[in-house]
Design a protein around this ligand. Structure first.
Ligand code: FES
Ligand code: FES
Length: 157
């Protein structure tokens, strides 16, 4: 089946099997390997991308379901060589440990901070509750998101 999608403002088209998962279209067919696969069972959130602006676990969506729609992956966060505040937050506050969960954490955080301008720690923890960090270093991840929220309130983009 033909799938045409826009990813990070670029158009892609591909012929795929109907059963192909979106994460495999993104990683294996289109070679955007920033999105990770951690479980394949909707559990870990490493594969989170934005579909029409909403976070989805791309191992739980068929590629054909994204036809005609807009995706954003972790590669789309940086703009003109500038890190997005959420990326900067993870760097500054050591939110990256092994880095496996990081792409999913970044995309979930990005979507969350578009709605929540001054979130509490509890709100942040709830927002990332679908994303598991096997390094279990949630303290720095929460700090990273707080850092990003502060930067965004100061007008960061
Ligand atoms: S790989 Fe999709 S939720 Fe784990
Ligand atoms: S940083 Fe290692 S899984 Fe989260």
């Amino acid at each position: 089946m033909r799938v045409e999608v826009t990813i990070n403002r670029e158009r892609y088209a591909s012929d795929v099997e109907p059963r192909l998962l979106l994460v495999h279209l993104i990683r294996d067919v289109l070679r955007l390997t920033g999105t990770h696969i951690g479980c394949d069972t909707t559990h870990c959130g490493a594969c989170t991308v934005l579909l029409d602006g909403r976070p989805v676990k791309s191992c739980t969506v068929f590629a054909v379901q994204a036809h005609g729609r807009e995706l954003m992956t972790v590669e789309g966060l940086e703009q003109d060589g500038n890190l997005h505040p959420v990326q900067e937050g993870f760097m500054q506050e050591h939110g990256l440990q092994c880095g496996y969960c990081t792409p999913g954490m970044l995309m979930t955080s990005y979507a969350f901070l578009r709605k929540a301008k001054d979130p509490t720690e509890d709100e942040i923890r709830l927002a990332i509750s679908g994303n598991l960090c096997r390094c279990t270093g949630y303290v720095n991840i929460v700090k990273a998101i707080q850092h990003a929220a502060a930067r965004l309130r100061q007008g960061g983009t």
